[in-house]
Design a protein around this ligand. Structure first.
Ligand SMILES: C[S@@+](CC[C@H](N)C(=O)[O-])C[C@H]1O[C@@H](n2cnc3c(N)ncnc32)[C@H](O)[C@@H]1O
Length: 299
């Protein structure tokens, strides 16, 4: 089984505009596909710092003295890079979401295709799993997260169905049990509905949107002037804060303007519109179909 096929590899490398002696950061190491390609462009003085909150990713680390693995959430980007005396850096790459390996491991509970325990933690030492969310959250909490993170319009009905099932069986333990409860509520394509339910849970369990926002706000102080920020998102909830941050320097809302209508933004946009994968890549790698790549340069 391939751990993960890197998406838009050449486009990401071009976006990083790699200097051979530079210092780069891949905050979502995963199978290391992007990282290994970055290393190939660095000379002996170049350095690469890689983050992953999933310790399993460390098994993919190449035996190369130029690489440092940081087992942490990328929301702690600046702290760890300072600790390693690596700031400021020349480029940061982020490839959000889960790896194919994580999705394809039934026990991790990420996939609607296999039965597994309700888990969905990328960091397996984290105390909050999908089991706790489903079995211990209040009606209000569940409805809110299905609505907000899954964009599920009958979120209230879904929550009621889950609560009724818990009353009957005591608890919900597996992904198949959850799918059986949710599926009858789907108005259109069942797999699409389940994907929304699972997405909502995954985002909640891993606190994904807040982590992205915290990461983004640290990038200007982490990069050198002229350094590149290269980010790949896979759905609108991930892409929205990135788009806003690159345009306005804040993750949501519009910035305060001075008398002349000017505002401070640390970025020059390299991509006015997001780059999408070429048709051939989309055909070969279905995961690339929803990818949006945005690139900005620190000014
Ligand atoms: C889409 S995969 C990256 C694949 C990688 N670019 C490759 O070529 O193999 C995302 C990886 O980032 C990790 N990840 C996701 N969110 C994270 C976060 N907030 N902090 C640290 N790692 C994270 C996941 O555990 C996963 O291994």
């Amino acid at each position: 089984m391939t751990y993960h096929i890197p998406v838009m590899l050449n486009e990401c490398l071009e976006g990083l505009n790699i200097h051979p002696q530079g210092t780069y950061v891949d905050v979502t190491f995963g199978g290391g596909g992007h990282s290994i390609a970055i290393l190939e462009k660095l000379n002996k003085d170049g350095r690469l710092f890689v983050f992953d909150q999933d310790i399993q990713a460390k098994n993919n680390l190449p035996d190369d003295p130029r690489v440092t693995f940081i087992h942490s959430n990328y929301r702690h980007l600046y702290k760890f890079l300072r600790l390693h005396k690596a700031t400021p850096v020349d480029g940061i790459l982020a490839d959000f979401g889960v790896s194919s390996h994580q999705i394809d491991t039934p026990d991790r509970g990420f996939s609607i295709r296999f039965d597994g325990k309700l888990d969905m933690r990328m960091d397996t030492s984290s105390p909050l799993s999908a089991w706790e969310v489903i079995n211990t959250y209040s009606r209000e909490q569940l409805t809110a997260l299905f609505y907000k993170y899954g964009e599920i319009d009958n979120a209230r009905r879904l929550t009621s169905a889950i609560k009724e099932a818990i009353e009957v069986t005591g608890q919900i333990d597996t992904t198949n049990q959850l799918s059986d409860i949710a599926l009858p509520l789907s108005k259109g394509k069942g797999s699409k509905y389940l994907a929304q339910v699972f997405q909502a849970l995954r985002i909640e369990v891993n606190d994904e949107i807040k982590a992205i926002e915290e990461f983004l706000t640290q990038t200007p102080s982490t990069l050198k002037k002229g350094g590149r920020l290269v980010i790949m998102s896979y759905h609108s909830l991930e892409d929205r804060p990135v788009k806003n941050f690159m345009k306005y320097g804040i993750t949501h809302g519009i910035p305060e303007k001075d008398l002349y209508g000017r505002f401070e933004c640390p970025w020059k946009l390299i991509t006015k519109k997001p780059i999408e994968a070429q048709p051939k890549e989309q055909e070969q790698n279905p995961r690339s179909r929803s990818a949006k790549l945005r690139i900005a340069e620190k000014i």
